[in-house]
Design a protein around this ligand. Sequence first.
Ligand code: PLP
Length: 454
Amino acid sequence: MSRMTPDYAELARVDRSNHLHPKTNPVTYQRDGGTMIVGGQGVYLTDSEGNRLLDGVAGLANVNVGYGHPQLIEAIHCQLNELSYFHTFTGFSNPASAALTERLRDRLPATINTFYYVASGSEAIDTAAKIASFYWRRRGQHGKRKFIAFRRGYHGNTVFASALTGMPEYHDQFALPLDDIIWVDPPFQYEQNPGMDEAAFSRLASNRIREAIEAAGPDTVAGLFAEPMLASGGGIIPPKSFWPEVRRICDALGVLLIFDEVITGFGRLGEWLGETAFGVTGDICAMAKGISSAYIPMGAVGLSDRVADVLMNANKYFMHGFSATGHPVAAAATLANIEIIESEGLLAATRTGPGLEWRNGLDGLSRHDIVGDIRRLGFVGVLHLDPAKTGRSGPSKTAPAARFSALCRDRGLIVRGGEEIVLMSPPLCLSASEAAEMIGILDDALTAFASDPD
Ligand code: PLP
């Protein structure tokens, strides 16, 4: 089948004038335009001008097995030929989603055996919240309707997922936040108590959760939502004993522990679920992104047996469902994705050759004065720039991390820059030489920043 080369310039004109993009300033986009990505292979993207870019973020931390993987493409193709779609409402199912349930049951922690399928991380979060609410109602505890969430946590953009997101900019344009969310500071030692002993800091941070639940009244709190490590909020890695302590607090006070594994799952922290890396299992987990490496939108909610027992014995409709719930093509893509992660040893990749190259390379960047902190776990890493050391002569229009990202981009590397934090989450298939290339560009961009900080 031959295809005509599209007229990218014309397409870009339409896109600028009539496509409202997410998290994009529409005025500057219409004026200046952006970048058309036209191809992807492995860890590299190609834009419409023929530039090759190393994707240091794996899309949005979701293309875990890399772009253009033939096995995944083939699995999607086969499923499309077999059954392109049918829903899973009112007693219907399909072999792909049934096979996926079996596979997830085998791979995830032993207590998580029941699954609900969705098409995105935000849907997984909303579904997890509804499951938690329904669980307590079925148990006659109707007063349990509040959720604890971390300031700086990110949980997505449906109304409830935005409400759980602890960043004011996600509330300001809308009728948010909601009253039933209780905010707690995340366990962020670098900013909160840098000199403190780690175990003492862990107790302090986990006690904040206990105090928040006790202040609200345990009878009013349904669950705690949290990423095992906060990714978009700044690459915040809790101390080792934090999650086991929080697990005990939740058990003692009767609060469900709900992990948002949307970024941390499917190999990003070297395990199927990030919570395993911290030695705990939640009562509910929300998964998406890397579950299908974003070849097809997909998400899932995992229910522990304790929660599943209550929901699976409700002798009535569970009144929650999306047209794409249990989509056979998304399920087939997810199955293939899991096979690739296993056959290519990608869970181990965060600890072996490429992972070590990346990790050691990142650590080496601390020799640049401008770097205040480096935090990394598995294939998530941040450079936390120190604004006091950027050498800027005055207030600049661009945040330091945004300026640094632009310098990386000029050198062929995509990273994500917030105010002071540069976030990276490369595909798990990154090779040792690609890791070295990435570190080389970061090194060069840091040197360039130091000599021209404004
Ligand atoms: N949870 C976390 C931790 C995320 O990082 C994201 C997206 O970035 C979401 C939830 C929402 O996922 P989606 O964008 O697929 O709705």
